[in-house]
Design a protein around this ligand. Structure first.
Ligand code: ZN
Length: 679
């Protein structure tokens, strides 16, 4: 559970020398629909890589796309059928493509592509189609038989009977992940990690029986399996591996990983790719841990990647990993910054404002680098993170360290695409604060990601015998809060000037201001009026911001003030704000270290969930005049290998011209790996 998802990116543009962009005319904007904007990112430095590295990135990019169908199926058992049906209607449609129904249909398809299924990637709510059920039925019936994604013997009517309620009935599969702790969160979540009829209590009991609290190196139970009931009602785990669930997709992934292995940069890299392949073949989670250790310890290679069942945000119980892939290479210049931080990891840990008994005596090998993404796949596409810290297993992190990355070219694309969008003028309180953000937000944002990933998640320890899952449904939000607080606390520390990563002791104020503005106000733009805050990162940000507002009330540390009828965040005392950040960090670390579920739940319930409806309405109104999309994601560059007459690759270039629709249709055409029997 270690990733940073970008907040709403401000329109600040900072010293261009900090940017790596190669082409100043690069067009970041690709498509815009509903609450989404699709961007593209540049891959600076790709053309200067060696042929061997380019080949490796190409093979890994193939492996990154071969798992696409897996995430679609994990997100919901009808998603693949729905995608194929919608795409076939889209390409086969003979009527007026400007008609109201078709336009609405196209918008829905674009949303479904973006969500890797019928639910919103962030709110987890099911998309509401704005075209009629009649239109849908008519179009399904108009499809030639060979374009119907049904198993043998089934017809169009069967497909309609299965899919129409799933698409049109708002009560069917309403939520991808339900986090409402008062309900059975397994039975009421639409994700496909558990079979029909499986209850939360049954899942908890099943895994509790397996877990040995005294095992110092536990596997990640349930990470690569679906728990179902057999025909006698007995629970059984279906594992994801070559001869198991998702086997056809995994076979293709293995093929391309094997190609990549043959052009690996060194033996250490070859060894972890081999281990990863063994794990994909067997599904053995011990092998996954061995792979994770080898991967975390390889800090020499420039080309790097993640490919597997990794983050568990989409499983209501936080166990099963969603399939994802990131393919990347090291950004050497910017890595000087992250290395300066990781080299001082022990200093940061030993001086943190938490009770010494919850600190790590020995921070093990936190390696940090800035990377350039070259391909995003699975759950990391089209919406993606700007930082990652893996592996996730606590014991591996403690004894072998972890790898933390800041994805610089993605952050840069967000920044560049935001330039001049009017956000700062609308929401930032005054000209001096706007200037502060313009001068320092880019670098402090990047440092915040570095500190969050490299130090924040890696900091602290559990007391002996404490279950890492003790905070249950609040675990993800509290973990993100812990990492954010650690980063915010140290952004204001003179140590950052001492190690040469920040030149101005006042710069941190830019990030503090943005954090409070986002947590108290602007992130509400992502939520429909009347709804609560649900997503873990958003809960984390509101928790921190509201807690500081409340606890700094007496001293007027931070205020919400009115100017010309509009609400603004006003920070009166940045130093005291830092003290409050330290206090909250101490408390959340205690909650995590002791596994204090009740205290964690109280913090979340008090600060993280509820929204003031008046302020919410105001924020939505102000945003509506700006036309800034609440969510953004990316298309990938297209890898174009050039071959000699013997079929050997002699060069690889990147093509940045593909549209969103063309890319999605191409992926479905060239990377469909799972058939009608997937679910
Ligand atoms: Zn995180």
């Amino acid at each position: 559970m270690k990733k940073v998802i970008p907040a709403l990116v401000l329109g600040a543009m900072v010293g261009l020398q900090a940017h790596a962009a190669e082409n100043k005319d690069f067009n970041y904007h690709v498509d815009r629909f509903a609450d989404i904007e699709v961007l593209r990112y540049e891959v600076p430095g790709f053309k200067d890589l060696s042929l061997q590295q380019k080949k490796m990135l190409y093979y890994l990019s193939q492996a990154a796309q071969m798992g696409r169908d897996i995430i679609w199926d994990q997100n919901g058992r009808y998603n693949l059928k729905i995608r194929k049906t919608l795409e076939n209607i889209y390409t086969n449609y003979k009527g007026d493509r400007n008609s109201k129904d078709f336009k609405a249909f196209e918008k829905y398809l674009k949303l479904v592509w973006f969500g890797n299924g019928i639910h919103h990637h962030y709110s987890n709510d099911k998309f509401t189609p704005e075209f009629s059920r009649e239109f849908f039925e008519e179009q399904v019936r108009a499809l030639p038989a060979d374009m119907l994604p049904v198993c043998k013997g089934k017809d169009a009517q069967h497909l309609i009977d299965v899919l129409a309620p799933v698409i049109f009935d708002p009560t069917v599969m309403a939520k991808k992940v339900n986090q409402d702790g008062t309900q059975d969160i397994v039975a009421t979540s639409a994700g496909n990690f558990y079979g029909p009829g499986v209850t939360q209590a049954e899942v908890e009991e099943y895994f509790a029986k397996m877990k040995d609290p005294n095992d110092p190196t536990p596997i990640s139970y349930g990470l690569n399996s679906k728990l179902v009931k057999d025909k006698d009602g007995n629970l059984k785990e279906l594992h994801y591996h070559l001869n198991g669930l998702y086997g056809p997709a995994i076979a293709k992934i293995i093929y391309w990983l094997d190609m990549a292995k043959n052009v690996a940069e060194n033996d250490a890299q070859k060894a972890y790719i081999t281990k990863l392949i063994d794990y994909y073949i067997t599904g053995d989670l011990r092998l996954f841990d061995e792979y994770s250790i080898l991967w975390a310890e390889d800090t020499k290679s420039d080309v790097d990647f993640v490919n597997g069942f990794i983050e568990s945000y989409s499983d209501p119980l936080g166990m099963t990993g969603s399939w994802e892939s990131y393919v990347n290479f090291k950004n050497k210049k910017s890595s000087e910054r992250t290395e300066a931080i990781s080299n001082n990891a022990q200093w940061f840990e030993s001086n943190s404002p938490v009770d010494p008994k919850f600190r790590k005596e020995n921070v093990k090998g936190v390696s940090a680098k800035a990377i350039t993404a070259a391909m995003l796949g699975g759950d990391a596409f089209p919406s993606t993170a700007i930082g990652i810290n893996l592996p996730n297993a606590n014991w591996i992190r403690a004894s072998h360290g972890s790898k933390s990355v800041t994805i610089e070219n993605i952050t840069e694309a967000y920044e560049m695409a935001s330039h001049g969008n009017g956000f700062n003028e609308e929401f930032v309180i005054d000209a001096p604060t706007r200037k502060l953000l313009e001068d320092y937000l880019y670098i402090t944002d990047m440092l915040h990601t570095d500190l969050h990933e490299c130090l924040g998640h890696a900091s602290g320890k559990l007391l002996p015998g404490v279950d890492p899952d003790a905070l249950k449904e609040n675990g993800s939000a509290l973990e993100e809060a812990r990492a954010d607080l650690f980063a915010l606390y140290y952004l204001a520390d003179p140590k950052l000037q001492e190690i040469g990563v920040l030149d101005n002791p006042e710069a941190y104020k830019a990030e503090y201001y943005k954090f409070m503005l986002n947590g108290l106000m602007t992130q509400l733009n992502r939520i429909e009026l009347g709804k609560d805050v649900e997503e873990a990162h958003m809960r984390n940000r509101q928790l921190i911001a509201k807690w500081i507002l409340e606890h700094g009330k007496k001293d007027k540390v931070v205020q919400l003030v009115k100017k010309g009828g509009k609400t603004y965040v006003k920070i009166n005392d940045y130093k005291k704000m830092r003290d409050l950040i330290g206090q909250l960090l101490g408390e959340i670390q205690r909650i995590k270290s002791e596994g204090d579920y009740a205290a964690g739940k109280k913090l979340i319930d008090t600060y993280a969930v509820k929204i003031d409806p008046k302020l919410h309405k105001e924020v939505l109104n102000r945003f509506s005049k700006l036309d800034i999309p609440p969510y953004r994601g990316f298309v990938n560059p297209v890898f174009r290998p050039a071959y000699d007459k013997n079929g050997e690759i002699i060069d690889v270039t990147l093509d940045y011209t593909e549209s969103y629709t063309d890319q999605m249709l191409r992926l479905s055409r060239d990377y469909s790996t799972l058939g009608c029997s997937a679910h």
